[in-house]
Design a protein around this ligand. Structure first.
Ligand SMILES: [Zn+2]
Length: 170
């Protein structure tokens, strides 16, 4: 692989390398590229970090890899591209990610009012227990449908999930 000629650098363990490639679907992680020939790139250069860690690795094609090495694609952008892969991989909708981001940016105990009839739109992050639904003690009903909001909060698991995306470091 592209770095194997660097002296003293142990190879990326096969399992870790596979995880990084699977994350990107074995294509370049830059969404406008998605070329099929890929290398594994260190977001913080190997020379600085001297370690192979999942959060710091991203699949890039040889072209984008060169551009990243030249800082034409900066680290913050690479982190965002990696985060976007995670969204794809976990198959949450943009709306679900927006709700998670909204809660993540607020105080730890913040709540977001959400209409009960719209809960279906958040089904996957609710089922994955990334958010907790708290039913309002009383509600307003119209034609048997609860029209006043219930409340969403970010679970411990949800906070960890958002933390793992590495965006707090931006
Ligand atoms: Zn590329």
């Amino acid at each position: 692989m592209s770095f194997s000629d660097e002296e003293g650098r142990p190879p990326i363990p096969a399992e870790l390398r596979r995880r990084v490639l699977v994350e990107a679907g074995h294509r370049c992680a830059i969404p406008t590229c998605r070329y099929i020939e890929v290398d594994v790139h260190h977001i913080i250069p190997w020379a600085k970090c001297k370690t192979h860690e999942y959060e710091n690795l991203i699949a890039l094609c040889p072209n984008c890899h060169r551009r990243a090495d030249r800082d034409e694609i900066d680290r913050k952008s690479l982190r965002l591209y990696k985060s976007n892969l995670r969204f794809l991989h976990d198959k949450y909708s943009q709306l679900e990610m927006d709700v998670l981001f909204n809660l993540f940016q607020q105080e730890p105990n913040a709540v977001l009012p959400w209409p009960p009839m719209m809960m279906i739109l958040l089904k996957r992050i609710i089922d994955a227990e990334l958010v907790t639904v708290t039913l309002a003690a009383t509600g307003v009903y119209m034609n048997g449908v609860k029209s006043s909001p219930d409340y969403l909060s970010l679970s411990v698991k949800g906070r960890e999930y958002m933390g793992e995306l590495g965006l707090q470091e931006l």
